[in-house]
Design a protein around this ligand. Sequence first.
Ligand code: HEM
Length: 98
Amino acid sequence: MREKFASTDFVRQKRAVLASLQLILLAARNPEDADRHLRDVAERHSSAQLDVGAELYDLWLDSLLATVREVDPAFGPDVEQAWEDVMAVGIRYLVSRY
Ligand code: HEM
């Protein structure tokens, strides 16, 4: 996985991921909207471009949850479940367009 980020600008990457979390929140509120909000992100991660396979999303979600556990003082089973539910919408969509 590391080599995929070999030439990544991480200041820009942080901003892009924050923006896409907001897109996933919109899509989670109304799953029919996933296409409108996430189409370009999905295309970028597809087999034709970044080639991010389904197994990488599991690692990604584990890392995200580990970070939330570390930084959110209110972290608990409800918060963890909420992150899992919302992220599942985005991950399902991106994997479906692999
Ligand atoms: C739901 C999960 C994910 C979301 C919402 C997401 C979102 C994004 C966004 C918004 C960008 C910037 C796109 C652009 O520059 O136009 C990006 C880039 C990228 N993502 Fe993801 N991503 C996700 C999962 C993953 C996973 C699992 C990997 C696994 C390796 C990955 C690898 C990358 C790489 C390599 C880039 C390009 C970095 C660069 O520009 O050098 N992403 N992602």
